[in-house]
Design a protein around this ligand. Sequence first.
Ligand SMILES: NC(=O)c1ccc[n+]([C@@H]2O[C@H](COP(=O)([O-])OP(=O)(O)OC[C@H]3O[C@@H](n4cnc5c(N)ncnc54)[C@H](O)[C@@H]3O)[C@@H](O)[C@H]2O)c1
Length: 290
Amino acid sequence: MASSVATLNRSNDAYLNANVFDLFSLKERVVVITGGARGIGLALGFAVAEAGGVPVMIDANGQPHGHFQILQKMCPKMKLYVSDVTNYERLEKTFNEIIAEYGRIDGCITAAGICPDQPFLERSPASVKRCFDINIAGTFFTTQLAARQMDKQAKQSSAAPSASKGSIVLIASIAAHRASKGQFLSDYCTSKGAVASMAKALAVELAEKSIRVNYISPGYIMTDMTLAISDTRPGLAKIFVDDPPMKRMGDRTDLKGAAVYLLSDSSAYMTGGELLITGGLHAGLYDEVA
Ligand SMILES: NC(=O)c1ccc[n+]([C@@H]2O[C@H](COP(=O)([O-])OP(=O)(O)OC[C@H]3O[C@@H](n4cnc5c(N)ncnc54)[C@H](O)[C@@H]3O)[C@@H](O)[C@H]2O)c1
């Protein structure tokens, strides 16, 4: 009768040789980042470069933020590919160009996204479709194109030395968990819930290929997107600062370490997981009562 008891590999001293700085290194890793021309995507490009990797940006906007030049100086190998995550043929061509240029893809961050703010009863089909196309389908197909290449590399053993064959980090949002006070984000919240579900489904399906999929859910982070939103309705600035129990907006700095953790071997046993970086907002609200 076959034994139902799994055979344990009883060696348990690998950690003695796993230096924590090496675990967090992205040396020689090529990381594709959508939405990399500005905002969170651009900041995470700095994080990748600072950890020794090469960020490769994809963005629909060919005029990147001024900080992009600083990143290019830090990492001359990096480039911006102008492409649209909602146009599959063009996106596939962009991935083929990236693979031809860099030879491989070891990591991917999906930060391209939009955040329409309009009451549910006024949302038009075309505008809702655009939000879902960018935030959901764009994330889905970016992940598919990255994972296909990671799988191919794993079979050819040409990937950079790494505990996993590839790591994909989806950018979801606190909006996947709760409605946003003072904002009308029905389709945005729906789209971020979809990203969270996507991460879990893909994590399970791709685990046997050693491709990991995790997601970061930021709270209110200061970027051009949130600045533009608070310019249209200044009352939101107070909510962005006062609602998180830590009583401040997040800075993009607050996301850099999380991205490097998820991309690197330091998270080798983590897949299908979420890092909520919200200043405590996801845990609850705190107001002093006189
Ligand atoms: N800023 C926040 O407070 C916050 C909080 C939670 C989640 N997020 C998410 O983080 C991601 C980035 O947000 P951000 O604040 O940096 O926004 P941002 O507007 O500053 O940057 C988004 C980038 O995505 C690009 N983009 C938009 N549509 C695209 C398309 N079709 N194809 C390719 N690129 C496209 C834009 O050109 C832009 O460069 C978004 O998915 C957003 O939902 C942001």
